[in-house]
Each structure stands twice: as structure tokens, then as C-alpha cells.
Ligand binder design. Structure first.
Ligand code: ADP
Ligand code: ZN
Ligand code: ZN
Length: 735
């Protein structure tokens, strides 16, 4: 017997090994094995079992590491598709998505039970033995540890009972359930669906009953009750004992959601998968899902890989969110893969959003997805009224030299809202205090030692930090060109915003929500609880505050500077801006009081800002889609991004030029299908990152299979010492 083993190395193939006879009955696809590889040992995963091999001197596997397999054939088909599409070796895919092999030892505990002849026994028993036996008969199975807690040490009593054949003691795996849900917000009960929720659910139920794969776009404005739709569809699936995967962008930001899930489905049924869950628990949840003991996987993008049995429903909430795309290691999009997985399992896929990705909407309009809409908020609450403040005018009015953060309009609105004892959210999508520094003597901009970016000041910590690498500078800054210590700091991040707002509204209770203040465990829950209980008047934060929160007393949302995301070197900059503005606006006016939004910007006439003001998704889509078409950008083309990096600038430059030449030559020789463009080579927008120089080459085409083949050919045999090439299929981030 031979097995094919996928090993996490950058090589796109599996390796054949002999199975020693004594291991044969233990071998299965989906188990990990320890194998000799070169002169080392590697952990690989069994992906095939055969009776023959072409290898000349195959080696033996050393050890089977998993007691039970981690996936079955259908899961494997999905993982293989992923590896193939993202041009990433299967061994590495498995190495990254499976729970760690070191976490596999499940804890066991001793369980005592009465034997079947216990009831008719005529044995002479001590008082203590009789007491213990009575408990065992009443409770079927008791953990020995629990029994000892109740009665003191009864281990010798149990041993005596076992010896008499009246009790049996066995080892059983125990499940360490994840830390209990923190309760945020009031129990919300189970509302009756309103008419638009009902219409949507009717279609979803119909598809769920047919058991056919289909993808739905649920396009519902903020506060239209999409979560309730997901829940009722999930209930329908559970009535039929089906499995569910429910993806959310960032679980730490949505403790409310976990509370609601627990209320409705009970926590013993739900595996919560994200990086905050300990590795051992992740391993056990994974196994319970695979065995069909748990039926729902809730989590961030990686939860899509969970081996849920009888998968009938995949929900991707806030499907437009950029966090569904992973950039490092396996660069995949969980939103796109959800559709692939749904097709493999015959599941219903629901992509929900108030601001669908242009790509998703395009697919819905072309009939590839079915579109379900919920155009109004629950209880006919109005969408908030949005005002735009032109900061060019504001600067002129307030005087050129004043440091204008708050327009008079926004200041007045904050004051009014505080007077009404309602809450304010202020968005600034940049953290830190000052965001760039310039030498006052020679004009040199100060940069990170390892990256081509400004250092960000963190005043409370008294340091300057690079947000891309871990470089941190404490103490006084010195110009790297002229050694002057006369350094000017400019630009505003959330830390400075918090200080400014505190100066203006000293009586208000102000809190900040960004990744600097939220890295402590439980920080999100605490802060959101405080917000829910009206212990915060003004919440200042980055895009974190725009994510799905439902706080009825927030009636004013202020956007300090809408332009930060508009200027990114990315063809989706307008789309991101529109989405962020719409989402953050959607936090306002979700209760009985109408909401107001004030957007400050230097580009008041930009269509992303204008359409966000009018809550006009369709209008935005029309403008955006015609631009995309004229520039041959997705969804009209497919993209594959090649990123090359090297610590030596000259070597890297030589490498990227060679790669680009090869690409152009291959393209000349190939029988091209459709339209293909090679853009670049060019320096990456972040030319230096973590000490490496970076370049990029973009392949654009309308035939995905052709682009894949071309990329494979470009990379095959390409080798340059010290040069790293990364492939990003359907790239989202271009920095
Ligand atoms: P969305 O995800 O679309 O922004 P939510 O699902 O958070 O909206 O719903 C907004 C609010 O409306 C929540 O507080 C939710 O509990 C409530 N809600 C949802 N559906 C109903 C309903 N049918 N009747 C009453 N309240 C509802
Ligand atoms: Zn850096
Ligand atoms: Zn200088």
C-alpha cells in the first residue's frame, strides 16, 4: 500500500510513500503523517491511497499523527480547487488551513458507569460503595473527577466496584468548549419577519428545499434586518439537520452577533472559528464539525475551510468587506471561494451587504446570482440625512492658518446631539497622533528604517511606529539627512482627534476605538457594552466603528475626512470610499430617533461622496461600472498580480525585468484567447517594505484560464537567487 502525501513546501506535487503493514488499517485520506523528506522529517497530509507507484525507492511513513481524518474527499476536492486556482501548492494550502498538528492530542477524562448486572447484585457493599453505585445507576455516566468533587475522593471505592464487576471506568475524549459568550445587549427574542424579509425568506426557503446550489445577493440597506433573514434561513436548514457556514468580517467586532446566535441556536451547536480561539479548541471544534456533532461554523474567512457535514447554507455577511481577502500566505478570497464550495456541496450561498462589491452586483445583474433586495429599514425608520461640508470653503472661512478639524456645522451638530443626551460617532480612518514628520531644516521627510513610509507618532506611548513593520523609535527624532533635531510633525490620526474633541467638549465621555486601544482581550465587548448602556457620549475611531454595530441611541455620525481612502493607488478606491461612507452612515438613526451624518471632505463633488450622500447605490454602480469597462478593469477583466521583492535593489530590478520580458515573449508566442494586457513592470506603491525592495507586474485579461496558464509558464523555470515572487490571483490590495 502506498499513500500520496502533500507536504508544505513550495512545490506543486505530492509524494509517494510506503505504508508499513502494521499501519495499513490506520491509513486514511485526511490524516497527517510524519515522513522522511530529504534528510529531514516533514509533516504532510495523506491526499491519496494507491497500490502502485512510479517512484523508484519510495520511503516508508514514520508515524500517523491524527487519530481521525481532518477532512473527506469532498473537502479535499475543495482544497485542491483552491490550490489550483490560486497557483499555490496543495501541501502549503493544507499546512495553513488545517488546525495545528501539535494541538491534536484531545484531552481525555475517566468516566464511570454502572454495569448491567449492578441492579441485581447480591454482593455485600459498604455504605460508600452503595452510595456511589446508586449515583452511577441514576446518572448513567459520570465523570470521575466530578464524582470526586461531590463526594470526596471515591477512586478506591470505584476501583472496588469495578473489581466486583458492578461498575466500569472508561477513558473518553472531553470537549473543551470555547470561552463562554460574553453577553452584549439585551436578549432580542425572535421577531416576526416583516414583509420584505418574508419575501426574501420565501425565495431562500424554496431554494433550500430544492437542495440545489444557487448564489443569492441579499442587498439590504443598513438596518433592513439582514441578520434576521440569515437567522431564519439557518433555522430552516437546522430543521432539516443541515450544516451551515456563517462568515463575518471580524468577529471581535461583533460580540452582539454571538449573543444573538447563542440565544437562537444554543452554543453547543456552534463552532466559533477565529484567531482568538485557542488552538487546541480549534482542533476539537474542527473534529466535532467533521464528525457531524456540531453543525454550524461561525467565523472569519478561514472558517470557510471547516469540514462542515451536510453543508446546505453558506452565509457571507458584509460580502464587500476587504477582510475576506487574505494577502499573505495563501492569497484567497473567502467570498469567491464560498461560491465554489457551495457548488461542490449543492448548498445555497447568500452574500449579504448594504453596499455589495461592484463585482457581486455585476454578477447579480448578469443573472449569475439571484438578487434579493430589502430597500427599507425595519419599522420604516428613515435612512439618516447626509450633509456634505466642503473643507476648502471651511478653511477659507476659518482662516488659512487655523488648524481646521471640525467644521462649524459638525461642531454645532455634536453640541446639539450631546444636549439631547444622544450619542455621536466620529470616523477618521487613520490611527496614531501625528501621521508624518518633516525636517524643518532641510525638508527631508522622515521614513521608517525598513519601509518607504512615514512613521506614525503614538503620543500616549511616547514613540514613533511604522504601521507596516514593527520598527519603533523612542526618544527624540533626528533627521537622517542633516542630523537636525528640529523636526516638525503633521497630519492627524485618531489619537490626536480624541485629544482635540476632549478639548472642545470637556464634559463629554469620550472613547476611542482603533486597533491601538482594542488589542486587549475583551476590549471590544467592554467598549460596546459601555456604548450600549449610554456610558459613552462620543466614540472616535477608525473604520472599526463602521462595522455592523446596532446602537439605537447613536444619532450623529461625523466623518472627519472622507478623502483618506479616495487617494489610494487602487482602482477600487472610489468603491471603498462609497462603501465606508455608506456603512458608517448606517450606524446612525437605528432607533426611534432619526440619524444625521456629516461628511467633511476636500472633494465634495466626487461621485463616491455624492452618491453616498443620496444613499444611491444604483447611481454609484452605474458610474463605477462604466469607468471599469472603459479601463478594462474587473469585472470586465481578470487580474493576476505578480509581486517580486529582494533586499538588493539591483538584483530585484534585474529579476523583474527578466520576468516581464519572459511574460511578453510568451504572450507573443501563445495562441491568445481574448484580450490580454501586461502592465508594468513598475515599482510597487510601497517600494520598500520590511527591508525589501518591491516591484509588480500586472496581467490583465478576459479569459481566466488563459491568464492562469500564462502565469504558470512565466514562473516555470524562473529562478533568481534572493528574489521572491508572489502570485496574487484576483488581487484586492495593490500597495
Ligand atoms: P442589518 O444587518 O440589515 O443592518 P439588523 O439585522 O442588524 O440589520 O437589524 C436591525 C435591527 O432591527 C436589529 O436591532 C434587529 O433586531 C431588528 N429587527 C430585525 N428584523 C426585525 C423584525 N422583523 N421586527 C422587528 N425588529 C427587527
Ligand atoms: Zn517599516
Ligand atoms: Zn534634515
Amino acid at each position: 500500500m502506498f499513500v500520496k502525501v502533500a507536504i508544505p513546501i513550495p512545490k506543486d506535487q505530492s509524494f509517494d510513500y510506503i505504508v508499513p503493514t502494521e499501519m495499513e488499517k490506520n491509513v486514511a485520506i485526511g490524516k497527517r503523517v510524519l515522513v522522511p523528506f530529504g534528510n529531514k522529517r516533514e509533516t504532510g497530509c495523506i491526499v491519496g491511497i494507491t497500490t502502485a507507484t512510479d517512484i523508484e525507492n519510495p520511503k516508508e511513513i514514520i508515524e500517523i499523527l491524527d487519530q481521525e481524518p481532518l477532512f473527506d474527499d469532498r473537502d479535499l476536492a475543495f482544497y485542491s480547487w483552491t490550490a489550483d486556482y490560486y497557483l499555490y501548492p496543495l501541501g502549503k494550502v493544507l499546512g495553513e488551513i488545517l488546525p495545528g498538528v501539535k494541538d491534536r492530542r484531545t484531552r481525555t477524562e475517566k468516566i464511570a458507569a454502572a454495569s448491567c448486572n449492578a441492579s441485581s447484585t447480591t454482593e455485600k457493599l459498604t455504605v460508600k460503595q452503595r452510595l456511589v453505585l446508586k449515583i452511577l445507576q441514576e446518572e448513567a455516566e459520570v465523570s470521575v473527577a466530578v464524582l470526586c468533587q461531590r463526594l470526596g475522593n471515591v477512586r478506591s471505592t470505584l476501583a472496588a466496584l469495578e473489581k466486583k464487576g458492578l461498575a466500569c471506568i472508561t477513558e473518553k475524549g472531553v470537549f473543551r468548549s470555547f470561552p463562554p459568550f460574553l453577553t452584549v445587549g439585551e436578549p432580542s427574542g425572535r421577531p416576526t419577519a416583516n414583509s420584505s424579509q418574508e419575501a426574501v425568506l420565501k425565495e431562500l426557503h424554496c431554494n433550500l428545499q430544492s437542495g440545489q446550489f444557487s448564489t443569492f445577493l441579499l442587498h439590504g440597506v443598513t438596518g433592513s434586518g439582514k441578520t434576521e433573514v440569515y437567522f431564519q434561513a439557518m433555522e430552516e436548514v437546522r430543521r432539516r439537520q443541515g450544516g451551515i457556514i456563517y462568515l463575518v468580517p471580524e468577529i471581535a467586532l461583533t460580540p452582539q452577533l454571538l449573543t444573538r446566535l447563542k440565544e437562537r441556536f444554543g452554543d453547543e451547536n456552534i463552532a466559533v472559528l477565529h484567531s482568538g480561539v485557542s488552538r487546541a479548541i480549534r482542533y476539537e471544534q474542527w473534529q466535532r464539525l467533521r464528525r457531524g456533532e456540531m453543525h454550524m461554523a461561525v467565523g472569519v474567512r478561514s472558517a470557510l475551510f471547516a469540514p462542515v457535514r451536510d453543508l446546505k447554507l453558506i452565509i457571507v455577511d458584509e460580502e464587500h468587506d476587504a477582510s475576506y481577502k487574505q494577502d499573505d500566505r495563501l492569497p484567497y478570497s473567502a467570498r469567491d471561494l464560498a461560491i465554489v464550495k457551495g457548488r461542490l456541496h449543492g448548498a445555497t450561498v447568500v452574500l449579504g451587504s448594504a453596499t455589495p462589491a461592484v463585482q457581486t452586483c455585476f454578477n447579480a445583474r448578469n443573472g449569475k446570482f439571484s438578487c434579493l433586495t430589502m430597500p427599507g429599514r425595519i419599522a420604516d425608520r428613515p435612512l439618516p440625512r447626509v450633509e456634505i461640508v466642503d473643507m476648502k470653503m471651511e478653511k477659507a472661512l476659518q482662516g488659512k492658518n487655523t488648524f481646521t478639524i471640525f467644521s462649524r456645522r459638525l461642531t454645532a451638530a455634536i453640541r446639539e446631539t450631546l444636549d439631547r443626551k444622544q450619542q455621536v460617532m466620529l470616523l477618521l480612518n487613520r490611527r496614531g497622533y501625528h501621521t508624518f514628520q518633516i525636517c524643518r531644516d532641510c525638508g527631508h521627510p522622515l521614513k521608517c528604517r525598513n519601509c518607504e513610509v512615514s512613521l506614525i507618532q503614538h503620543a500616549q506611548e511616547g514613540v514613533w511606529k511604522c504601521h507596516y513593520c514593527d520598527y519603533t523609535l523612542a526618544g527624540g527624532l533626528v533627521c537622517s539627512r542633516c542630523s537636525s533635531a528640529n523636526i516638525g510633525a503633521y497630519g492627524m490620526g485618531t489619537e490626536l482627534l480624541e485629544e482635540e474633541i476632549t478639548n472642545r467638549f470637556p464634559a463629554a465621555r469620550i472613547r476611542r476605538m482603533d486597533s491601538d486601544t482594542m488589542d486587549r482581550k475583551g476590549a471590544h465587548e467592554q467598549l460596546l457594552n459601555a456604548l450600549g448602556q449610554d456610558r459613552i457620549d462620543i466614540l472616535v475611531g477608525t473604520q472599526m466603528i463602521s462595522k455592523g454595530h446596532d446602537f439605537p441611541n447613536v444619532t450623529l455620525v461625523g466623518v472627519i475626512l472622507a478623502d483618506t481612502s479616495l487617494s489610494l493607488p487602487d482602482f477600487r478606491a472610489a468603491e471603498r470610499t462609497f462603501q465606508l461612507l455608506t456603512q458608517v452612515s448606517g450606524r446612525g438613526g437605528r432607533g426611534d430617533f432619526p440619524g444625521k451624518v456629516i461628511i467633511q471632505t476636500f472633494n465634495p463633488n466626487h461621485y463616491a461622496i455624492q452618491k453616498a450622500k443620496d444613499h444611491d447605490y444604483d447611481g454609484f454602480y452605474e458610474e463605477e461600472i462604466s469607468l471599469r469597462e472603459s479601463l478594462f478593469y474587473p469585472p470586465f477583466s481578470r487580474l493576476i498580480h505578480l509581486r517580486l521583492s529582494c533586499i538588493h535593489q539591483a538584483k530585484g530590478e534585474e529579476g523583474i525585468n527578466r520576468l516581464a520580458e519572459k511574460a511578453r515573449e510568451l504572450l507573443k508566442l501563445a495562441r491568445v484567447r481574448g484580450k490580454v494586457e501586461i502592465v508594468g513592470p513598475a515599482e510597487a506603491p510601497l517600494f520598500r517594505l520590511r527591508g525589501r525592495y518591491r516591484w509588480q507586474l500586472l496581467l490583465k485579461g478576459d479569459d481566466s484560464r488563459f491568464l492562469h496558464a500564462l502565469t504558470r509558464d512565466i514562473l516555470s523555470g524562473f529562478h533568481a537567487p534572493g528574489v521572491q515572487v508572489k502570485v496574487d490571483v484576483d488581487p484586492v490590495h495593490f500597495m
